[in-house]
Write a protein that binds this ligand. Structure first.
Ligand SMILES: [Zn+2]
Length: 115
């Protein structure tokens, strides 16, 4: 997906830049057209710079999602030992509750540091 977004951003930047140039070149001394052209050029530059800033944010998001998945997959149900999924965990008033979809048991999850 990031590659497609980058391509669209560059495409839009190119179009905006071209439009901005047309406005600036064809301004014929009209300040309003010159201003519009400059705004378009600035927008094009911002759009072209955006994809370079994006990949970092995407990477951080992916690692966060990954650690969340791993910690949940490693956790078996206390009653039947079945793997607890993301949908079986509920957070109420700061405490984590597990509702096992396998054996219908419900219990509060305590922090491992307490053991
Ligand atoms: Zn269970």
């Amino acid at each position: 997906m990031p590659q497609g977004v980058t391509f669209i951003a560059y495409l839009l930047a190119g179009l905006l830049g071209l439009l901005g140039l047309v406005f600036v070149v064809g301004s014929q001394g009209l300040p309003a057209r010159l201003v519009v052209g400059v705004i378009l050029l600035v927008a094009a530059a911002a759009l072209a710079a955006m994809p370079r800033l994006r990949p970092q944010q995407v990477q951080i998001k992916q690692t966060l999602d990954l650690t969340g998945d791993v910690s949940l997959q490693d956790m078996p149900c206390r009653n039947c030992g079945a793997a607890i999924g993301r949908n079986d965990v509920e957070v109420k008033a700061g405490a984590v509750f597990v509702n096992c979809g396998h054996c219908s048991t419900s219990y509060q999850l305590e922090e491992q540091a307490k053991y």
